[in-house]
Design a binder for this molecule. Sequence first.
Ligand code: ADP
Ligand code: ASP
Ligand code: MG
Length: 405
Amino acid sequence: MALIVQKYGGTSVGNPERIKNVARRVAEYTGRGDQVVVVVSAMSGVTDNLIKLAKEIMPLPSEREMDVLLATGEQTTIALAAIALHSLGIRAISLTGAQAGIVTDGVHTKAKIQNITPKQVHRLLNEGQVVIVAGFQGQTVEGQITTLGRGGSDLTAIALAAALKADLCQIFTDVDGVYTADPRIVPSARKLQEISYDEMLELASLGAKVMQSRSVEFAKKFGVVFEVRSSLNDNPGTLVKEETASMEGVVVRGVSLDKNQAKVTIIGVPDKPGMAARIFKPLGEAAINVDMIVQNVSHGSGSPSTDLSFTVDKPDLLKAKKVIEGLQAELGYRAVTAEENIGKLSIVGVGMRSHTGVAAKMFDTLAREGINIDMISTSEIKISIVIDLAKGEQAMRSVHAAFVG
Ligand code: ADP
Ligand code: ASP
Ligand code: MG
């Protein structure tokens, strides 16, 4: 008998037929005597719709109220999934994040899990129930509803697997596993049998939305091995773990494209010590994640000034712009602009540590496609560039062809 945590994403619970499919899959495991905890997302499109509704009322709604609103998506699915299991004669009970003992900090819309007390889950499992937990949500110690950031049901599943010391953690989605690139954009992408936490983490944080990046961070920290696989067939998926065979031999494991970034440029920032700190500290305090930062060379001789660009997640763009505008009097910069039509293209691979010429090959590939590079950033195991969004998919296919084949 094994304790298994299974997560089903939005498409996998996208309609009543799919929810019944989930129930049938769970039944296979309970039929063998396994204990199953099921984490579900909101039905596909539901979270986006709720966000749209709120923004039709007000462009920058209260984040506390957004959490109350968004948590309803997953709450619908847990009840429907429980009902689907009941219809097969299987005992099952739904729990909200709070009922499952998921305690978070109070950073609304991107709360971090502080601890999980899975007493209730254990008790219900021991009573012979399938426990269905709402993904993506938790509660602060004061009892406020929180959500864990987009894609956060992955985190719920991995954190529960760690807290319950599950024997198996399976992330069921609408593709067969983790591919060398998004198979919907790059038809020649290959499914990976396995991938290391570090590579998965980079791919995920660089836009491969197949896994939420924070969930991979959590899995790495607590050593949760998990499998990404399809809810629509029985093909083996991709194992995500610490070490994989031939890690250094493969230079580029995958290519990702993040269409969800936006660029803020502050024009005419006085070039003197302390300016960057005065810009990025308030952004951090507003819980805005800043990714790439580029500062141009100084221009002007009397009182030199410089242009500073940085990228943020698109949903944070308005908030970031507001923070920067609030600093204009204090900093004395000339203007601020926001650009949404950018894409961040990245190549990722642990093998880059021990290979040279990788960046040159990437730039050369783009040059041949006539694609202009706007910003560049690198780490030991990745290279990212910002380009025009309209060229993003074309660039992704050619870079994939150049490195992965
Ligand atoms: P779920 O609703 O199950 O959480 P998501 O839509 O969040 O599913 O993630 C699955 C999607 O991720 C796939 O449909 C695929 O288009 C996309 N994707 C992006 N990059 C990759 C990749 N490298 N491998 C597999 N899928 C990817
Ligand atoms: N429903 C949430 C979202 O769409 C969480 C998830 O699906 O994992 O982001
Ligand atoms: Mg997802």
